[in-house]
Every structure is written in structure tokens, then in C-alpha cells.
Design a protein around this ligand. Sequence first.
Ligand code: ZN
Length: 457
Amino acid sequence: MLNKSGNLIFGIGMSLFITFFSSCEKEDLSEISNGELGLESNIEKESFLSCSWENADLIDGKGMYHSDSQRKWPNATVKYVISQQYLDVDNARPQEMVRTLKRAMNEWTNKTGIRFQEVNPNTTSRNDYTLVKESAGSSSTLGYAPGLLPMELKIRYNAPFGVYLHELGHAIGLYHEQQRPDRDRYVTVHPNLINNQLYKIPSRQYVVHTPFDFNSVMLYSSSGYYGDYNMVRADNGQPFVSNGYSNGVLSQGDIDAVKAMYFSSLPEDVSSNYWAYNEIAFMWQNGYIRGSDGVNYRPNNNLTRAQFASLISSIINPPAIRGDRNFTDVPSNHWAKAAISKAVRGGYLSGYNDGSFKPNRNVSKLEMTIALANGLRLSGGNSNHLLSFSDRSQIPSWARASIQNATANKLVVNYPNKSYFRPNNSATRADAAMIFYQTLVRLGKAPRRNNPYIVLP
Ligand SMILES: [Zn+2]
């Protein structure tokens, strides 16, 4: 169907992004009757467009996730806003739907590590969140697609739990299981549906790693959509029911696909002999860090104080222990406003006495270490902990206790020379990955590793 802004949305289960419309012509499909499971059924008459698929923004992948790394949500976190329209529905429906939605989000998070974060639409770019709406049909944009069209996730009132899981799967970046390039070995699709966007095998490069999964929440049942046996098993011609979809349970294939999409690859610019390789790999694979292009980490680059605050917010997500501060140079629409606020309220960052935060200034090694030592409320340090630093005279007296505590807790990592703390140097992104890795070790969330650049107390 066409939405208000004229963008094309392929309804029910998924949306595909068609970047050129000139080759599309309108095609009417007959009304869909209730499927045997009543899933994605009871849908108002939909119009689909048949388009030139060379222009369709489709890339295949394992378990049919979107293999374009740009479609991955930054920090493996799906940001969303629940639309006011959704909440305005009278009676108890909205609360029930929001509860179900959050239960489905928790299911994905617990099984795969992908996270969901409700954001404030007034301080977040419209390109950076998906809008959850109630709708006659359920559908979702595919993965993170800033600028391609407004990201939306629509849920039909009364949709079963499996539909919530299914649409969230699309929002994360999963295709339908019946669109896998190898699906003809497992299911026979009714010829009339071969070119239907909900069944069409995408045309570009693909790799299939996992077995076809009859339990996937991303697989339609034989009659779940068009009311007739539009798909049967290829081996015996019999109709089937998608277990994951009807029972509302994520399959192992669903879990593996999301893990593979978000957490398996490694940054291309960090080689296995890089000094912080193992720690960066862990942080990357677990979604704690990410490159701006989704492919490279750029470990030797510096990071700004705003970026550092963003890491504190996303990796540690500290609870508020004190009030917020309004900084003169962090306007309410600053991209890192929420993260800076969280880091400040959590006791990690304070800003400067003149009321500024200096979000664009590179964070120094000293600032980074103090922030984590104070925020984590580390203790146990004493003056002996600074003796191994040949440049300890450069550490200002007011900062010594924090650096001693950080050293005592193995948060200090000095590359390339363990004897030099270099407090005034701008920290690199590798330095940041290392200190956050050591933080995760301390929090019991990462395995202890014996990196030779960790200063041992
Ligand atoms: Zn779907």
C-alpha cells in the first residue's frame, strides 16, 4: 500500500524499499481471507505494486537477514517510539498491546542480545527510530534504513504474539524464511505468488548458512496468508504450519540469524595481530562498539567527549544517582544530549566549572580514566600504584586518587609502553575499547584476558 507520503510499503509482513518508482505499475490483489491460523489475516484490501526488481533495495543473506551492514542498527539497539495514535486508542487495548510488544522485545533481547530502546522523539532524529503504530495490517520496514523512508512498525490489534515477534524480526533486519534462495528445495510456492513481494526470492548476492527452518517466526504457514495452500512442503506436497509463528516462539534459526547479522562479523580494519584485537573483537561481536560505517572500527582515531559519553550510556547504562546539568554548549537537540545526561546523572561525567561540556573536544586518557574510576566508584588504590608510571608527575594531584583506584582495579592500559600513562594524550578508540573491556570484566560481563598492556597493580 501507499502511505501518506507516497512511499511504497509492501504490506502485511514486511516492507521492501523501492528506490525508483518509475518502473512500477499498480496491481490489485483480491482480498485476503482469513488463514487457518488467523495470522496476518483480516487485512483490508491491499494494493501491491509490481516493480522492476533490479531497482529494489534487496540484498540476501543468511537465514535471510539483510546482509548490508548499513542496515544494522547502531550498537545493536533498535530505537523506537510508540506513536500517540497507538496510545490514543480507547479502552484497554493500547496498554495490552504495549505490554505484548515489550514482551516480544524482551524475548528477542534475551535470546539474541539485540536491544530495544524507547527514545524521545523530540530529541531524536526521525531517521534514527522506528515508529510503532496500530494498523489494520502488520508490517515493518526492514532493518535500520535511515533516510530511505520513515521507519515504521505496524501491528494489528489482536495480533498473536508470533506476529509481534515476526514484525520485530523485520525491524531488526530479517527477511521471510520463504524468500530464501534455497526455499524451493523445501517448499513449493504457488506459481501465482512467485513474483509476490512477500514470497519473491531477492535477486542479488546471497549466502545461506543455516538449514531451512520450518519453525521460524519469519516463515508463513501454508495457508496463513492467502487462505489457500499457497505453500506446501516440497518433499511430500503437504501443507504445513509454521511452528514458531503460530506458537510465538523464536526458532534456533531466528536466533542464529540475528546473532550472525549483528555479532559475528569483525571490523575489517583491525587485524588479528593488533594489540587490542581480542578485546575489540569481543566488544564488536557483542554489540558494545561499532564503527560509523558498520564495517571499520578505526581503532587509532581519537574520540570526542560526546562519543565517550555515548559509550558510557550504551555500554554501562548507569542508573541516575544525581540530578542533570544543563550545559551551555549541549543544546536539547544535540545528538548526544541523552547520553551526556545519562553519564552525568550516573556520576561518570560532570562537565566544566564554566558550565560547558565541550562535547566536540577529544577525550584525554586522564579524563577517560577518571570518569570510569569515579562512575564505577572504584577503591583500593594507594600511592604505590603510581610508582610504575615514569610520567606520574604529569598526573595532577586532584586526579591521583582516581588514577590509583583505576590502576588497582586493572582499568589502566598503557599502549605502547606500559610505563607511560600519558595523561594528556587524546585517547584512541582502541584505548576506549580496552578500558570498557576491563570495565566489563570487572562487572562480570566479559572474560578476563591477559593483555600485556594492562598495568598490573
Ligand atoms: Zn513479514
